[in-house]
Design a binder for this molecule. Structure first.
Ligand code: SF4
Length: 277
C-alpha cells in the first residue's frame, strides 16, 4: 500500500503533541476561540503578502510598458529630426513636424506610466517596511509552477506550502509566519515545520537552503533556523515515526507532562490522555 503523504503542517502538529496530530488525522477537529482567531490572523497575513506580490507584479508590468513607450518616443523623435534636418521640401518637413507632435503626445503617455510607477513603488516600499522585508526578493509558492501550488517530495512522501519563499541567489529560503507574540526562541513544533519546508525546498530546487525563517507576525525580526545535519536528522526521525503510526506499527501518545500545554490544546476536549490539575 502506498504511504500516505504527510504535510509540513501535520509535522508541526506532531511536534506539538503526537496525539494531537493523531486525533486530527482521525477527524477530531481543533476547537476554541484561539483556533478561529488564529485562522483569521493567518488569512490576514496571507492577504497582506498577496497585496505586496500583486503590487510588485503590477509595477514590473508598468515599468516594461514605460520602457516600450520611451523606446517608441526616441525612435519617432529621431526619425522626425532626421527628416527635418535632411529635407528641403515642405511636404517632408510637415511630415517631420507631425512626427515630432506624435513624439510629444507619447511623452504625455509616458508621464502617465511614470506617475503610476512612482505611486506603485511608494506603495511597495511602504508594504515592505511594514513587513520588515528589506530588499529581499520574495515568491509565493502559488507562483512556483502552474501545476504545483505546493512543494512536494516524492522521496520523503512529504508536501507543504510555506507562507512565502525568499529567493536568495540560487537558494530558496522558506518562511513560515505565525501569529502570536515572538518568543525568545521558536517553539519546537514550528522548528520541525520549517525543517520540513527546508527539506522540500532542497529537493524541489536541487539546492540546500542554509536556513529557514519563522516569523511571529510582521512586527518583529524573524528567527533564523539553521538547516543543518541535526535538524535534518530530527525531521527524518519524526517523519519515520509518523509513517510508522500511519502503518499501525506504532501508537501515538502524549509526549510531555505539562498540564498547561494540555489546557491550551485545541483538542483537549476529546483527548484520552489530557492532563488535568
Ligand atoms: S490534550 Fe494534551 S495530550 Fe491531548 S493532544 Fe492535547 S497536548 Fe496532547
Amino acid at each position: 500500500m502506498p504511504k500516505q503523504i504527510i504535510s509540513a503542517s501535520e509535522m508541526e502538529r506532531y511536534g506539538y503533541c503526537p496525539l494531537s496530530w493523531y486525533l486530527d488525522s482521525k477527524g477530531v477537529d481543533a476547537e476554541g476561540k484561539e483556533v478561529d482567531t488564529g485562522l483569521e490572523k493567518h488569512k490576514e497575513i496571507g492577504d497582506s503578502l498577496k497585496n505586496l506580490l500583486v503590487e510588485e507584479k503590477k509595477s514590473r508590468e508598468t515599468s516594461n510598458t514605460l520602457m516600450t513607450v520611451v523606446g517608441m518616443i526616441m525612435t519617432v523623435v529621431t526619425v522626425a529630426l532626421i527628416i527635418l534636418w535632411l529635407s528641403n521640401d515642405t511636404l517632408r518637413q510637415n511630415l517631420g513636424v507631425i512626427l515630432l507632435i506624435i513624439g510629444i503626445g507619447w511623452m504625455l503617455v509616458a508621464s502617465f506610466f511614470l506617475y503610476s510607477l512612482l505611486l506603485s513603488t511608494e506603495k511597495i516600499d511602504k508594504l515592505r517596511d511594514d513587513y520588515k522585508l528589506g530588499e529581499e526578493k520574495i515568491e509565493s509558492p502559488d507562483e512556483l509552477t502552474d501545476e504545483t501550488p505546493v512543494l512536494k517530495s516524492s522521496k520523503y512522501n512529504l508536501a507543504g506550502r510555506p507562507d512565502y519563499i525568499i529567493n536568495e541567489g540560487n537558494q530558496r529560503i522558506p518562511v513560515e509566519v505565525k501569529t502570536g507574540r515572538r518568543p525568545q526562541a521558536p517553539f519546537f513544533s514550528h522548528v520541525l515545520q520549517i525543517g520540513a519546508y527546508c527539506l522540500l525546498s532542497e529537493e524541489e530546487f536541487n539546492q540546500k537552503p542554509k536556513h529557514g525563517q519563522i516569523r511571529y507576525g510582521f512586527d518583529s525580526e524573524p528567527h533564523k533556523v539553521n538547516w543543518d545535519a541535526k535538524l535534518r536528522r530530527i525531521v527524518l526521525e519524526k517523519l519515520d515515526e509518523m509513517n510508522d503510526i500511519n502503518a499501525g506499527k506504532m501508537e501515538a501518545h502524549r509526549n510531555h507532562k505539562r498540564v498547561g500545554k494540555c489546557n491550551s490544546c485545541s483538542r483537549r476536549k476529546n483527548c484520552p490522555e489530557r492532563l488535568t490539575e
